[in-house]
Design a protein around this ligand. Structure first.
Ligand SMILES: Cc1ncc(COP(=O)(O)O)c(C=O)c1O
Length: 385
């Protein structure tokens, strides 16, 4: 029997970042990137077993966890990772910050927009200048703009922050694009920190995620690949992530940047990670099928609204919606008045856009889309407020 993703779970009673943001209990929260689905049953069962033991002391990554991670990377991405390359982290964001401090001090950082906000704040908090190059939109797909990158890259740039798959734009960069980026990085002597937290959420049939570190020996030698089971298996609150850093010198610099300030991963996070990667393939396949259905529904519905267009999400459970021709001065604020809480594109560097998280039961998605659509109709009837 396929996994039940249709059951709606009330999350307000759980101090949810996503749902407790809004005072109105009827508002549907679709902003931050966590899903409204229960975590996979094998993960929940393993966590219960661990809690039943009763002692929650410090933990270390077990050999079986390391085996689960390297096995998963080999099976999913044909990437043979030496266990020595793994650096455990309590989140992917600390990995972005650590990379700025490890590789770019005294120089500068480059990244692209639209982008998940910590890509902009991590260099800023380290006092580093940042070059932001907009992704080029070609046939509706957000792609690297190598011409502008070449033109704008600063001579003192030491670090490129890459997001693959892209959040919020949903692009899954392919081998060819990444190989070209690796060649660019080599020519400009850059380390590439590749945030691949959404890599388990490829929605395109017959396409596979390519880890940046697996692109070529050149890429491997200058990469920090950040991954986590958090988005795919919906366990972000367990705070478990890891960096894969093949080059020993790059790894040492990274380790020096985190020592003493980045805590170890907690016991439950390590267990969740191991079981997610080892025992949840069926749940994962069901999830992807369900998310595909949700994505298609969003594209079909929003695509019909005058002045709106949706980027086709090749990966992630995030729809990137262009509202610039809708006549709405502040689309996020407008849809909040209709009872739907969305992420404002301005925080990703793109005012006039919205990001909608469709990782939720279908009925909830339909209800939200109905509210948005009715709000737009009402606005027309009222003579455009
Ligand atoms: C691209 C990206 N990186 C990192 C994170 C957060 O990572 P963590 O919670 O592991 O720090 C998110 C969460 O939305 C994300 O979308």
């Amino acid at each position: 029997m396929p996994t039940d993703f249709d059951t709606s779970l009330d999350r307000r009673a759980t101090d949810s970042l996503k749902w407790n943001r809004y005072a109105d209990p009827n508002l549907i929260a679709m902003w931050v990137a966590d899903m409204d689905f229960a975590s996979p049953p094998p993960v929940l069962a393993a966590l219960r077993r661990r809690l039943d033991h009763g002692v929650l002391g410090y933990s270390v990554p077990s050999p079986s966890l390391v085996q689960a991670v390297t096995g998963h990377l080999a099976t999913e991405y044909a990437w043979e990772v030496d266990p020595l390359w793994l650096v455990w982290l309590p989140g992917v964001v600390p990995g972005l910050h650590a990379s700025c401090r490890a590789f770019a001090m005294g120089g500068s950082v480059a990244t692209h927009t639209p982008i998940y906000p910590p890509f902009l704040t991590a260099p800023q908090f380290a006092g580093l200048p940042t070059t932001t190059v907009p992704l080029a939109v070609r046939n509706g797909r957000y792609e690297f703009d190598f011409a502008v990158l070449e033109e704008q890259i600063r001579p003192d740039c030491r670090l490129l922050l890459l997001c693959n798959p892209e959040n919020p734009a949903g692009t899954l960069h392919d081998q060819e694009e990444l190989a070209r980026l690796a060649e660019f990085a080599e020519r400009h002597d850059l380390v590439v920190c590749s945030d691949e937290i959404h890599c388990g959420l490829v929605l395109e049939e017959n396409r596979r995620h390519v880890p940046f570190g697996a692109v070529s020996p050149v890429a491997a030698a200058r990469s920090v690949v950040l991954m986590a089971p958090s988005k795919t298996y919906n366990i972000p609150g367990l705070s478990c992530a890891f960096a894969v850093i093949p080059d020993p010198a790059v790894r040492t610099k990274f380790l020096h940047a985190i020592r003493g300030i980045v805590p170890d991963v907690n016991a439950l996070g390590l267990i969740g990670c191991e079981v997610a990667y080892r025992d949840c393939a069926e749940w994962h396949a069901d999830l992807i099928a369900y998310l595909r259905g949700n994505r298609d529904l969003v594209e079909q519905r929003v695509g019909q609204w005058p002045g709106f267009s949706v980027t086709h999400a090749e990966a992630t459970y995030l729809a990137w919606i262009d509202c610039r021709n809708s006549g709405l001065a502040d689309p996020a604020a407008f849809f909040e008045t209709t009872g739907v809480g969305l992420a404002n594109g301005a925080v990703y560097g793109s005012p006039g856009f919205l990001r909608l998280n469709f990782g939720c039961p279908r009925a909830q998605l339909v209800k939200a889309l109905d509210r948005m659509e009715n709000g737009l109709r009402q606005r027309v009837a009222d003579g455009a407020r």
